[in-house]
Unconditional design. Sequence first.
Length: 116
Amino acid sequence: MGGVCKPLKAGETREKCARYFESCQEAGRVPTAPGLALALGLEGRRQLEELAQGKGHAAAALRRGLAQIEEENIWAAYKRDSGPSARFILQNGFGYAEKAQPAPGQEVFRVRITGD
């Protein structure tokens, strides 16, 4: 891991996550993984993601927090419809990719199954 920090406790982790999301909502900000990491007293996003890969209730709370961040960022991108910046956030922050197009020379066949 990136640095040494005290182990996270599940109840404390859920509480800090909830406070972070409330503060973002009150300030009209979209939550981020680095912001959540800092609110939890971690060094940054990488440490948060490493801890979320662990086992136990605290890790599960971190995974849920990261999922909530992803959800809120997706909705913010849809609301803003800011094109390139929304695409950048979704692709680089959450691993989304553009829909693959068939390679030149490959044909796409559509099959429709009907009853007798």
